[in-house]
Design a protein around this ligand. Structure first.
Ligand code: FMN
Length: 189
């Protein structure tokens, strides 16, 4: 597959089949992604991999915990939350990316940008192996309670969580925005 086709055809996958995901494969694709990603060589980050039945069960509980704090949500949304939880449990593997932070806000953005590039490389290399994923950043996981549960330490920043698995059907492509929409052909005086 050409590089352009790979980039063009990769899709976010939200529905996975039951095939198990190999932690060794995820690790090797991630290492390759890092090798292919330009970065300053100093920035620090880490990943949390969630792949065993027990760990996935724990994580799916953590994901719903924030919503369940609300009594109204417990009363009115319990069926929805249960069905979400069943879905979380079925996801074969998760990868959480965590960045170190720096006192310099510019440096922080550079680290964040680096990890985003690594994750995009990872999505593409995985797609080549028919391994799909969805990059998740929703408020249900972007909150202090979830951060505490996943062991985010002081001085660390949550970047994103990838839901990973094999799939039977590739989702339909959405229209992409072309670069000319963002194009300015001169700087302001
Ligand atoms: C930084 C980032 C955050 C995202 N967060 C979410 C999310 O919270 N929930 C979700 O369903 N998809 C999320 N996505 C996936 C996007 O919705 C998806 O990439 C977009 O719809 C385009 O689809 P495609 O990846 O198939 O081209 C995220 C993607 C990126 C790059």
């Amino acid at each position: 597959m050409s590089l352009e086709s790979l980039i063009r055809e990769r899709r976010t996958v939200r529905k996975f089949n039951n095939l198990p995901v190999s932690e060794a494969l995820v690790k090797s694709l991630l290492q390759k992604s890092e090798q292919l990603c330009p970065h300053d060589g100093e920035s620090q980050w880490r990943y949390v991999y969630v792949g065993t039945d027990e760990a996935r069960e724990r994580l799916s509980g953590y994901i719903s915990e924030k919503v369940l704090e609300s009594r109204i949500a417990r009363l009115t949304l319990s069926k929805v939350i249960e069905s979400y939880q069943r879905r979380f449990l079925k996801i074969p593997a998760y990868l959480i990316a965590i960045a170190d932070t720096d006192h310099d806000p510019i440096k922080n953005e550079e680290i964040y940008g680096t990890i985003c590039r690594i994750l995009q490389n990872f999505q593409l290399l995985s797609w080549e192996q028919q391994l799909g994923m969805a990059w998740i950043t929703e408020p249900i996981i972007q909150n202090e309670l979830f951060y505490k549960r996943i062991g985010l330490k002081e001085g660390e920043r949550f970047v994103g969580m990838l839901e990973i698995g094999y799939f039977d059907k590739s989702p339909k492509a959405r229209a992409r925005t072309t670069a000319d929409r963002y194009w300015t052909d001169s700087v302001y005086q």
